[in-house]
Design a protein around this ligand. Sequence first.
Ligand SMILES: [Zn+2]
Length: 272
Amino acid sequence: MTARADFEPAYAPEDSRDASALIFPFIGQNLLIDSNAELPHTEAVQALGNPLRTLRFGALAGRECVLKVWPSECAIPAGLTVGDYRTLWGHWPDGLLTALVRAKQLAVWVLHNQFCGACGQPMVLSPVEIACTCPACGYKVYPRISPVAIGLIVKGNEILLARSPHFAPGMYSALAGFVEAGESAEECLCREMQEEAGIKIHNLRYFGSQSWPYPHSLMIGFIADYHSGELTAQKDEIEDLAWFRLDDLPVQPHPASLARQMIEFVRARTKP
Ligand SMILES: [Zn+2]
């Protein structure tokens, strides 16, 4: 999501006292939803007992949002099912999706930091800042964010798109890769284009960023120009890649995705 809509992030390691609070229940990394694909009522998750972690993480149109996380081995209560972020896109309003992105990333974070990585003792949620802290040695772990550089490369009235084996049939998107230690987002994109497509790029222009909860990525988008080199797909990660004319594009990613927003931006500003 590029707009926060009406969601305001916050943090407190406790439940809400407000009966109208929105509860985001997770078993492990999985959000539970009811048969209407909506957040369940509190009673629907009572069978799970006390959660592993409870925290307030913001407010949506004035209603407090509460994350409750149970261990991944818990059974899904009757009448509920696991909700997938991709299928909720287009079904839930933007504000609720923005809240879900934060809830999902925080669920993964608390699950993976139950014990101190330095001394092995149980961690607790800090009362003053969004951190898992170790009472024994003071080690702190903040929610993990993994930056990913994503680039739409332009050559005249064509753009470079690629598909991974796990994409929906026929869908192509912009190339992306994780930023490595010691690397800037721009350096990452240049390296990824060289490794995955065999080309050099230049004139990088920052476009925007988007939080992406798989499981804790921050997509950093650039539009850039082709410089030189022959297109060569990296066999392991890329099933196919090609230059596509802007007036003859394949199946594209979801309209809310950063990749699609970049494609629409370039298409609106390029003469056929
Ligand atoms: Zn410790």
